[in-house]
Ligand binder design. Structure first.
Ligand code: UD1
Length: 367
């Protein structure tokens, strides 16, 4: 078999747990004589130690071969910066494939730059849709999938969406969820954060919340109503709130944080998922966290009106509450009454997705 070079693109926090197991699977196959080699490209969209560096260290991701260092900016500035940087890299050395994951700005920008230089694109987590075009991630998904050659999917719903949009069956590979590979392989390493004892946190007796979507946090008024509703509905139990940089700005601008909500820095992977695993419930506007709570069987309330991950609701422990904070009270009452659903784990979210991906890459690229 000839060796093949795959560019693996990572830019923002939710990418890192998706690429880690793919890299490990490639390395494991390489040790057995497998043909795939990779070049790890970090776009620099997330650059803080807490948003990026910690994840590389904890998840054993090698240092990037290249960092495009795009940094902060508007969506267009980031997209343009990444495209210019990645195009330059591609003209220096073209890989056989550009592999992008998820739905962040870096995903779309690199897919465009690659395809324009006739480099084929593989998309991990292809085919998921919220239908909500006000979210930048939805635009990134639509654009990326419209120029993808190999579609690695997490669910039958995603397969069906791709089929309906005309993608041939031979290009759709239903492999499962790489984020869950990372979760399952790190389950025994999860550990409490340093403030666990100091704040008197006890398993099953606190909540975890995360909020960072522009619709929820950019307006101080909406954000304040959410904080107040969460505080009231959780009946004085502690709510640990790792604050994303975007949300930190709204808090600095004058939000009043109720006493039972503990503000902490963005947490590293092992500490964050330890807290989720032992929480009474999670309140969030993230997509990825709803997959992790589903696998860990932790009740999850999502402050959004739509989800691109419907299986976390139909099979898992997640429920969409919408964006009106008034929905929190009744939902939390059901939780305290012990009436939250238990849920099950979606098909192929079994910890072996990355091995399946690498097997397919070998079959398709190195044949
Ligand atoms: C991005 C992703 C989103 C993902 C989220 C998780 C897109 C469109 N959105 O949103 O899907 O859920 O990451 O974190 O790609 N900042 C820092 N330090 C950093 C990174 C960012 O301070 O390391 C600041 C930026 O300067 C900016 C804000 O955080 O002010 C938002 O960062 P940005 O990359 O624009 O998008 P996210 O909201 O993080």
């Amino acid at each position: 078999m000839k060796t093949v070079l795959v560019d693996i693109i990572a830019g923002a926090r939710p990418n890192f747990m998706k690429i880690a197991p793919i890299i490990h699977a490639i390395e494991a196959r390489k040790a057995q004589g497998g043909p795939v080699r990779f070049r790890l490209v970090h776009t620099g969209q997330h650059y803080d130690e807490k948003m990026s560096g910690d994840f590389f260290k904890q998840l054993g991701i090698p240092a990037p071969d290249v960092n495009l260092e795009v940094g902060s900016g508007t969506a267009a500035e980031q997209t343009a910066g990444i495209m210019i940087g990645y195009e330059k890299l591609l003209t220096e050395r073209k890989p056989d494939l550009c592999l992008v994951v998820g739905d962040v700005t870096s995903t779309m920008a690199c897919a465009i730059a690659a395809q324009k230089l006739w480099v084929k694109v593989a998309h991990v987590e292809a085919g998921i849709r919220s239908g909500d075009w006000s979210m930048p991630e939805e635009i990134n998904r639509l654009v990326t999938d419209s120029i993808t050659n190999m579609f690695f999917t997490t669910s039958e719903v995603a397969n069906e969406t791709l089929r309906r949009s005309g993608v041939p069956e031979s290009a759709i590979h239903f492999v499962g969820n790489t984020m869950i590979d990372t979760l399952l392989s790190n389950m025994d390493r999860l550990r409490p954060p340093p403030f666990w004892a100091e704040h008197g946190l006890e398993a099953g007796k606190y909540f975890v919340m995360t909020l960072h979507r522009p619709a929820n946090v950019d307006s101080g008024n909406t954000f304040q109503r959410m904080l107040d509703a969460i505080s009231a509905g959780t009946r004085g139990e502690k709510v640990v709130f790792p604050v994303h940089p975007r949300t930190a700005k709204t808090i600095r601008d004058g939000a009043k944080v109720p006493a039972n909500i503990l503000l902490v820095d963005p947490q590293p992977y092992l500490e964050f998922n330890y807290m989720v695993k032992h929480a009474k419930a999670v309140i969030t506007d993230s997509g990825g966290i709803t997959e992790e709570t589903t696998v860990m069987g932790v009740p999850c309330m999502t402050l959004r009106s739509s989800t691109e991950r419907p299986e976390t609701v139909t099979l898992g422990t997640n429920e969409l509450l919408g964006i009106d904070p008034a929905a929190l009270g009744p939902a939390l009452n059901r939780l305290f009454a012990g009436e939250w659903k238990h849920g099950s784990v979606p098909p192929l979210w079994d910890g072996h997705t990355s091995e399946r991906i690498v097997e397919i890459l070998e079959r398709v690229l190195a044949a």
